[in-house]
Design a protein around this ligand. Structure first.
Ligand code: FAD
Length: 548
């Protein structure tokens, strides 16, 4: 039997993974990767840091060269080769050599589409001006750096406040530029629930990043050679020496569509659990593929490196009859911004409301990343979202300086295993003073949520305060109350509560809060057992201050 011929279109995260896994499974196969760009297997996640000189040498972004692919894996990588079309009947590709302009037909037994996603460019005038950049490839980062150096650029406008836009903003600040970020939504990182985005926005402003939120790009004009004015829908005019577009990406499906490969409601290529398309000889992996959302079961796009790598590997398995099933995506992601970490997994309450007909609940807590008696403890704002009926964990979001990704990774695995808040309550996690707490923030989140679901902790969200005819009680000490409290609240410290019960009504709702929700929990327990209609305001003052 002749050797299998596996062709792969696209040679970055997903394509490279598919190629190397295929080789590990089959020494005989002929494996060819076509990449229209000049590089394969490069670290696009590192591009913003190269712009900011954190990663100084461009070479460090080039993880594996075509030569290494050839020597180490006997994989034929052809850069500057664009696949123009797929003849599914003949199982042939038409490939253009972008170097000499020649074209060739290439036969395949199995074809993997790993064509990725392209930057979204809205139909707005001025996007083609020379000082407007997207940041997806090594040559783009090189051009951007050259532009910044040659013009001695001082003012940057970044359009889009998602992870890539904000990472780029941080790195432009590292280079000393004045940076304004324009975002159409009313908050940064639109995937976060609004109150979780507040501390991120505050932190960015503290670092000198100007934020224009709730406003969109409407035009970019050239004011003189190399200088631009960015106009927004709300009439702002922002002068800039450089503009970065970071408005998200769209799956690159042209090649697949022209060949009659099915695409789905979110615009990606439809695949089964083994990453196979509607053609049994063609697989699609990475940013070009549409995934199944673990939480909703519906279609979801998640253009991230982790799924791309795992899917590439899985497609190779499937080509060799190892029918692994991709579990779907849940949106686990992390971003570092000026020393702050923002991480999330699953869906936030905003997304849940529009995507799933389910009653969800949430709790927010503000623990330290490790016990406060050990030096260097930092606060984590942690929100846990779960199903009211079952306690199934639906999502988590966290913001802080240390230990953030660890907590979200633990909860991510819980979500993948279909775990509940009762499982988080019981989770056995590592602890020593410098790493966590005997009740880790993840346990604490589970315990609070479990208390809430069992009825031990009657809770209310801060938004429920609006228009409520409830007595608002601040149970912090008097000096804390004096330093600032919620309008309309009376002060009844927890330490005095049991002696002053006669000051509280038995025939009216009572909403209690403290700094983080801990003391008000104890107060609610004390009152609840005495028949008072008391509830705690989730997350205390910390959460109140983050309300949008
Ligand atoms: P791509 O990496 O887009 O590769 C697809 C390749 O296919 C491209 O090189 C393209 O030239 C080639 N191609 C397309 N069509 C053809 C054709 N017809 N013929 C030949 N070649 C073709 N993800 C994270 O998880 N964490 C991060 O921190 C992170 N940071 C990022 C920062 C930046 C600036 C960017 C741009 C992305 C970041 N990502 C991050 C996303 C991550 O890089 C992508 O999800 C991942 O690279 C997707 O891999 P892919 O192989 O599917 O697609």
């Amino acid at each position: 039997m002749s050797a299998k011929r596996i062709l792969i279109v696209g040679g970055v995260a997903a394509g490279s993974s598919a190629a190397t896994r295929a080789r590990r499974l089959d020494e005989e196969a002929e494996i060819v990767v076509f990449e229209r760009g000049a590089h394969v297997s490069f670290a696009n996640c590192g591009l913003p840091y190269h712009v900011g000189d954190v990663i100084e040498d461009e070479e460090d972004l080039l993880l594996v060269s075509p030569q290494t692919f050839a020597e180490r894996f006997d994989i034929d990588v052809r850069v500057r080769h664009e696949v123009l079309s797929i003849d599914r009947e003949r199982r042939e590709l038409l490939v253009a050599n972008l170097g000499d302009g020649s074209r060739r037909k290439e036969r395949y037994d199995a074809l993997v589409l790993a064509t990725g996603a392209g930057a979204f460019r809205p139909p707005v005038p001025g996007l083609d001006l020379p000082g407007v950049f997207t940041l997806r490839t090594v040559p783009e980062s090189r051009e951007l750096r050259q532009w910044l150096d040659a013009r001695e650029a001082k003012r940057a406008v970044v359009v889009g406040a998602g992870f890539v836009g904000l990472e780029t903003a941080e790195n432009l600040r590292h280079r000393g530029l004045d940076v304004t970020v324009v975002e159409f939504q009313n908050q940064v990182i639109p995937a976060l629930d609004a109150e979780m985005a507040t501390p991120v926005a505050e932190h960015l402003r503290e670092q000198g990043v100007e934020l224009v939120l709730g406003d969109g790009l409407s035009a970019i004009e050239e004011t003189r050679e190399g200088a631009m004015r960015v106009r927004t829908g709300q009439g702002k005019a922002l002068d800039a020496d450089v503009v970065i577009l970071a408005l998200g990406v769209r799956p690159r499906t042209d090649l697949a569509k022209r060949a009659g490969i099915t695409t789905g409601p979110r615009g990606g290529v439809v695949v089964d659990g083994a990453m196979r398309t509607n053609d049994p000889h063609i697989w699609a992996v990475g940013d070009v593929a549409e995934d199944r959302c673990v939480i909703t079961g519906g279609a979801r796009l998640l253009p991230l490196a982790g799924p791309a790598n795992r899917q590439g590997r899985m497609a190779a398995d499937s080509i060799y009859g190892r029918e692994m099933q991709f579990r779907g995506v849940q949106g686990t992601s992390v971003c570092g911004l000026f020393g702050m970490t923002v991480a999330m997994t699953g869906l936030g309450q905003g997304a849940l409301a529009s995507e799933l007909d389910i009653e969800d609940r949430s709790i927010t807590l503000h623990p330290k990343d490790h016990v406060s008696y050990y030096p260097g403890a930092e606060k984590i704002h942690l929100k846990l979202i779960y199903e009211a009926k079952t306690g199934r964990v639906l999502g988590a979001q966290a913001v802080g300086q240390a230990g953030v990704a660890k907590r979200i990774d633990v909860i991510a695995m819980d979500i993948q295993m279909g775990a509940t808040v009762f499982d988080l309550e019981q989770a056995e996690l590592c602890y020593a003073p410098q790493f966590g707490a005997a009740k880790d923030p993840v346990n604490m989140a589970g315990m609070i949520a479990a208390n809430e679901l069992r009825g031990d902790l009657p809770a209310a969200a801060w938004r429920e305060l609006v228009g409520a005819d409830a007595l608002l009680v601040d149970v912090r000490e008097a000096d804390e109350f004096e330093r600032g409290h919620v309008e309309g609240a009376i002060n009844l410290p927890l330490s005095e509560l049991r002696g002053r019960l006669d000051e509280l009504p038995t025939d009216r709702d009572i909403l209690l809060y403290c700094q983080s929700g801990k003391r008000s929990y104890d107060a609610v327990r004390a009152l609840h057992q005495r028949g008072y209609r008391a509830r705690t305001l989730v997350g205390g003052m910390e959460s109140y201050l983050h309300q949008a």
